[in-house]
Design a protein around this ligand. Structure first.
Ligand SMILES: [Fe+2]
Ligand SMILES: [Fe+2]
Length: 292
């Protein structure tokens, strides 16, 4: 099988099992290297896009199993879109360096693991994937993906970057409610996402022009109304971005960034959990990132 055939399968085959099809270890040689920009993934009726808004449950309500299931469903949807969009990038940027394309394949395989982890755990809470409307927030950014650098800025530095904060928040809150099993899942995903952001940083940093720093370059790659606010959670854990290889200037700018949507989350309810700035399972992560 060629890598491009595999990517097309992930994108166009309609069923959840298709999206979970594991990548091969070796690929046949590609003959055609024309960019292909697929506008929409194939999705069976069970996993269709929806414009219905579903709110994610509040942190203080995560003592209830039904709310835990809903929350994991929300995260699982992100994983499904990530699988499809990294496959999209393989087809849209056929001339990307081999190391970057190989990185996308590894990322796809890890996103598939994340999706399965979330689905299995939401099933424990009585929720099936597809029970709740699936938004397509990542797919809505397609027009921003002009180059592999803009793709990496939006998908990896922004969405996956924000997930570093959210996976820490939820690992802490699930553990606060005594659900160590779900907390552990969040940390497994956190550790993988550090690698994903790192892969994005590598794809992006090669083309930083000499007159710009990484933050200025990042700003040129994203398009309003998408702003750097999308690159962080309502709580920001700067250390996670250093682990992912971002520089101090970038992290400071991101930390200080505000726009008119900042502060819409009721941080009082977040504070109640006493979520400190320390990372969960930091020691294990240090040894992990040293090996990368
Ligand atoms: Fe993921
Ligand atoms: Fe990821």
């Amino acid at each position: 099988m060629k890598l491009s055939e595999y990517a097309k399968h992930l994108l166009l085959a309609p069923n959840l099992e298709d999206k979970l099809f594991t990548p091969a270890k070796h690929w046949d040689e590609e003959i055609d290297d024309k960019p292909l920009r697929i506008q929409k993934p194939g999705r069976s009726h069970l996993i269709q896009f929806s414009d219905k808004k579903v709110k994610i449950p509040r942190l203080e309500h995560l003592n209830l199993e039904s709310n835990k299931g809903l929350t994991l469903h929300h995260f699982a949807n992100h994983e499904l879109m990530a699988i499809e969009l990294f496959a999209w990038a393989i087809l849209a940027f056929p001339n990307a360096p081999k190391s970057i394309r190989n990185g996308w394949v590894k990322t796809i395989e890890e996103e598939q693991t994340h999706l399965k982890l979330y689905i299995n755990r939401m099933n424990d809470f009585g929720v099936q994937f597809g029970d709740i409307p699936l938004n397509y927030i990542f797919w809505k950014q397609l027009e921003q993906f002009h180059t592999l650098e803009s793709f990496s800025a939006v998908m990896s530095l922004s969405f996956e970057g924000a997930n570093l904060d959210y996976s820490q928040v939820y690992a802490k809150v699930f553990s606060y409610f005594g659900d160590l099993k779900t907390s552990e899942i969040m940390l497994t995903i956190f550790e993988d996402e550090v690698k994903h952001v790192k892969r994005g940083v590598r794809a992006f940093e090669k083309s930083i022009p000499p007159e710009k720093n990484s933050w200025e370059y990042y700003l040129t790659l994203i398009q309003f109304p998408f702003t750097p606010r999308r690159a962080k959670g309502y709580l920001f854990f700067p250390e996670t971005r250093y682990l992912a290889g971002l520089d101090q200037d970038f992290v400071n700018h991101l930390s200080n960034y505000e726009d008119k949507y900042t502060g819409r989350v009721n941080l009082e309810s977040v504070k109640k959990f006493g979520l400190g700035s320390e990372l969960m399972r930091k020691n294990r992560l240090d040894s992990l990132t040293n090996r990368l």
